[in-house]
Design a protein around this ligand. Sequence first.
Ligand code: ZN
Length: 374
Amino acid sequence: MGYQYRKKTVTPRPDKEFKIGNGRISGYGSLFLGSMSLAAVLAYLYPAYLTTRELRAGYDGAFLQEVLKYSMWLALFLGAITFIINRKKRLGFAGIVITLIAFALGGYNIPLRGVEAQPLSLGMDWLILAFLGSTLIFTTLEKIFPKYRHQLILRDEWELDFGYFCFNHLLISAVLLVGNFVVAQSQWVMNHNLHYLVQSFPLLIQVFILLICADFVLYWEHRIYHEIPRLWSFHAVHHSVETLDWLAGSRSHVTQVFIERTLVMVALYTVGASQAALDIYVAIAALQAIIIHCNLGFSWGILKYLIVTPQYHHWHHSSEKPAIDTNYAAHTPIFDRIFGTYHLPGKHWPAEYGTIKKLPKTFVGQFLYPWGKF
Ligand SMILES: [Zn+2]
């Protein structure tokens, strides 16, 4: 008798949905824009410590200050609406107060300073841009093509995952610093003849080579986390999330974040592709890492056999027996196929998500959890 696949049931919670008239859109909108604005104002005040050297070359600070201006006024406007419609006034009040603090600190009129970011800084700019962009793109996609239509945007434990999103984005320059240091120490594995050869290929071939090589490294890194009990307790943090959406993928123990990024950087530099190919790879990898956790029921057609899709990775997060320790790959199913860990049962999706043994539900509890296993 084969395994009986079931459907996950999501109970509708109309009282918790974002609907026009119940004050949630204006209340959370005000709080969201107000908080992002305050964070941006702090980054304009202390650019040396709150912006990222690697990122600053890629955006226009003056243009973003214009965006900040509209965000701040919109935050105040949305906050005021909660009082007019007399719903969620506390959220609106918090949004207004936070925005007024941002105004008091200089708002969108802080003179742009040409100071260089410190090599080790907090990536406040990266956090704000990534959060605004991701919320806009992925929340929209999840609303248009949902797998679970009744799943809430502010589902259980969203605050915890938002905390992980902030923490892991703020640490970007530390991650790059460690990664670059290890790459510099690994020069002995780098072969310049291989680099010349790879760079002689067309750009798309180079990107393809990077995807396959990174996937091989990520596959084994991931599998080792699952198969060595002490390492599993670090990775279990990522698996403890029980509602998958674009934010859920952010939940990762910081130790794993550093190890994973460093290993991938060494792999990418060992291949030695051109900078353009590296940039394209990083963009694809970042997007795919978010998409595969999304609540997306989009039909991928034939692509579902060629790339890692949400359905594929949702199975990796399932606590159902046939899915345990399967679907390790990050980019393509190739290595799961080769090494016998492939699980994609037709049109079925998991009914159960998360870890069998429950973890603490707080950021600090989860940070300490694996260390208690030593
Ligand atoms: Zn895993």
